[in-house]
Each structure stands twice: as structure tokens, then as C-alpha cells.
Design a protein around this ligand. Structure first.
Ligand code: 5GP
Length: 189
């Protein structure tokens, strides 16, 4: 997606540990006009999949998933990372290792919101080692629902998540793939 490449080149920063910082449009401030274009692109890519629900992870996936959901006309469900007293007792759980935080955490979705008849599109901001995606896929599996595809805004092609998911036969669509962040130089595939 050319607009996304331009946005990354104009606005992103590279942090230690091969972390791309996109706070000005995706992870802190949200550029809604731009996110609408991202939403339309996901709709074009998954138009034929009869998606019934979009699944993401709190916090950073929620904005992108919500904007995309308007084009699919389906609800968004976000897996919760934080245990709260008011979350339903009956949940599907999975463990996710966070590359950016360096620790494992539990994600949960109420059993009410993923049903066996659901055809699910996972949407997230980044794909690195696919830990978040695998956790969400585990929850879809436990619910007996069908994974239709995974839409990622920025795939870090130098980490192994993309290859792992494609080898599993997942319909993975990344709007851009970054092959290198060496010396603060952003190289696209
Ligand atoms: P994975 O689970 O695929 O290993 O990592 C994806 C998750 O880690 C994303 O949901 C995102 O929150 C975070 N992440 C991984 N790499 C980056 C990065 O370079 N920049 C930012 N902002 N987040 C990242």
C-alpha cells in the first residue's frame, strides 16, 4: 500500500531492538482519514470471505479493527489482556509472549462473543513473531469458529511470524512488509 509506505517513510522512527515507532498515526495519535484507507484496503482484500466478525487484541488493534469493521458491517471483538472483575466467567484463554514487553500474558475472550458459526478476520497493527496471532487463532480454535484470514498493517519480514503463518496455510495479507530496519534505514519488500 503506497500511502502506508509514504506515511512510514515520512513519520515513523526506528527504536532500539528493531522496533518501528508509528505513534503519529497508528499507536498513539490516530490519523482517521488514513485509517479509513486502511479499512477500505482490508475490505477489498477479504471481500469474498463472508466475514461475520473481526477479532483483535487490546489496545492497539482496536482502532484499526473498528474502522475496518465499518466497511465489513460486522462487530469487533477484542481479546482482553487485563483481568477485570466484570469480565464474564466463561472465557476462552490463551498465553501470548510479547516481543515488545519481553513477557508472557494471558488473553481472554468471553464465550458469548465467538460462536462456532463465526467466520473470523483477525486484524492487528504489527506482525513480528506471530505470538499475538497464534494466541488469537488458539481462541478461535477453542470456540470452534473458522479463521478466514489475518490482516496486518505492518509485517516485519525479518522476523519469522509471516513465514510461520503462511506455512500453516493462513490467508495472511500484510499492507506493507518491511525487510530491514538496519541503521535506521527502512527497507520495504
Ligand atoms: P508478534 O506477536 O507478532 O510477535 O508481535 C506483534 C505485536 O507486538 C503487535 O501487536 C505489536 O503490538 C507489537 N510489535 C511488534 N513489533 C513492533 C514494532 O516494531 N513496533 C510496534 N509499535 N509494535 C510492535
Amino acid at each position: 500500500m503506497e500511502l502506508l509506505k509514504k506515511k512510514i517513510l515520512d513519520e515513523a522512527g526506528v527504536e532500539e531492538g528493531h522496533i518501528l515507532k508509528v505513534d503519529s498515526f497508528l499507536n498513539h495519535q490516530l490519523d482517521i482519514a488514513f485509517l479509513n484507507e486502511v479499512g477500505k484496503e482490508f475490505k477489498r482484500l477479504f471481500n469474498d470471505n463472508n466475514i461475520t466478525k473481526i477479532l483483535t487484541l487490546e489496545t492497539s488493534g482496536i482502532a484499526i479493527a473498528s474502522i475496518a469493521a465499518q466497511y465489513f458491517n460486522v462487530p469487533v471483538v477484542f481479546a482482553k489482556k487485563i483481568e477485570t472483575k466484570n469480565l464474564d466467567k466463561e472465557t476462552y484463554d490463551s498465553d501470548v509472549y510479547s516481543y515488545t514487553k519481553g513477557r508472557t500474558y494471558k488473553i481472554r475472550v468471553s464465550k458469548k462473543y465467538i460462536l462456532p458459526e463465526d467466520r473470523i478476520l483477525i486484524i492487528d497493527d504489527f506482525l513480528a513473531n506471530a505470538q499475538a496471532a497464534l494466541g488469537l487463532m488458539d481462541i478461535i480454535n477453542k470456540a470452534g469458529a473458522k479463521l478466514e484470514g489475518i490482516g496486518i498493517v505492518i509485517e516485519k519480514g525479518f522476523q519469522d511470524g509471516g513465514e510461520l503463518l503462511r506455512k500453516k496455510g493462513v490467508n495472511l495479507q500484510s499492507l506493507v512488509i518491511i525487510d530491514s530496519l538496519e541503521e535506521n534505514n527502512i527497507k520495504f519488500r
